[in-house]
Design a protein around this ligand. Structure first.
Ligand code: GLV
Length: 323
């Protein structure tokens, strides 16, 4: 029997590749180059399946140009690189990799928040540059994390995992805002209280963004919202670039509207706003919140499992759209 043709658009783990080779006629991007849209379309000719990462955009132009495509398996839980309604209209199934990255991503969100609050990157740079000549009582004083108020915007699986770390591990008062209020048992498990977005902004000592990106939430943290936050507060973004207006955040960090930020995601990444690089009160990481070896392997494996299940049983494990 002829195997379905699959494009693996980025480099993945060898053991997952070996497995996919058993089931598919694979074209593999071993060099891990980022394809332009034209290159992606060219590579997708004749392919019925593609494994993508958040970097590859599957939109109407791609779908029209690649009529044989049946499934796109994203190695990510977020899927703002997919135009899902066009995919549905073209009969293309979209899948993602939820659950396997929840705890790892929450760990990282917490680490980034703590690094911003306790000025870990800033003080390390100071030390590495050889400026540390004596200990001082008020050296790099930051904000406490324990017993402070943790605000979470977006209370899905990852938001809840961040909340549990704060409430149970650090004795934090946890508040959240979400499209919908959680059920009472879920709120109790997270020891979290639902508040309006404005209350969240005004009351949080440490605000963590964990909501999915959609057009509706574009720049939902901009000058006005930053202005409502405490001057001592930190902002951590492990969700997506575009949720925060990065230019407004630069201004707020520069002028002391908020104290510090931890950012793993950016507008136009990997070309981030250059002004961020000149600020000492922001911790910057290159979109690695889910990046433990175990979790990244599990994500690639789950994307592969989705492809295999779809062609074997006609049903994927983590469908995003209904065809
Ligand atoms: C990472 O950003 C993901 O969506 O999995």
């Amino acid at each position: 029997m002829t195997k379905p043709k699959l494009l693996i658009s980025r480099k993945i783990y060898d053991q997952v590749l070996t497995q996919l080779n058993d089931h598919f006629d694979v074209e593999y991007n071993a060099g891990d180059v980022v394809y332009s849209k034209e290159e992606l379309i060219k590579k997708l000719q004749g392919k019925s399946a593609v494994m993508t990462t958040g970097t590859e955009r599957i939109d109407k132009t791609v779908l029209v140009a690649c009529p044989e495509l049946k499934i796109c398996a994203n190695i990510a839980v977020g899927y703002n690189n997919f135009d899902v309604s066009s995919m549905t209209a073209h009969g293309v199934l979209a899948t993602n990799t939820p659950d396997v990255l929840t705890e790892t991503t929450a760990d990282f969100g917490f680490a980034l928040m703590m690094a911003a609050a306790r000025r870990i990157s800033e003080s390390e740079h100071y030390l590495r540059k050889g400026f540390w000549t004596k200990w001082s009582l008020d050296m790099f004083t930051g904000a406490d994390v324990h017993s402070s108020t943790l605000g979470i915007l977006g209370m899905g699986r990852i938001g809840q995992a961040v909340a549990k770390r704060g409430a149970h591990g650090f004795g934090m008062n946890v508040i959240y805002h979400n499209r919908s209020k959680l059920s009472d048992p879920l709120e109790q498990a997270c020891k979290a209280r639902y508040v309006s977005k404005e209350e969240l902004l005004r009351q949080s000592d440490h605000l963590v963004l964990v909501l999915p990106y959609t057009q509706e939430v574009h720049h939902c943290i901009a000058e006005k919202e930053l202005g409502m936050m405490k001057r001592t507060a930190t902002l951590t973004n492990i969700a997506r670039g575009g949720i925060v207006d990065d230019a407004a955040l630069v201004k707020a960090l520069r002028s002391g509207v908020i104290a510090a930020a931890g950012l793993d995601v950016f507008e136009n990444e990997p070309q981030l706003n250059p002004d961020l690089l000149g600020l000492s009160n922001v911790v910057l990481t290159p979109h690695i919140a889910s990046s433990s070896t175990k979790t990244r392997t599990a994500m690639a494996q789950l994307a592969a499992d989705n492809l295999i299940a779809f062609f074997k049983h006609g049903k994927a494990l983590n469908p995003i759209n209904q065809l």
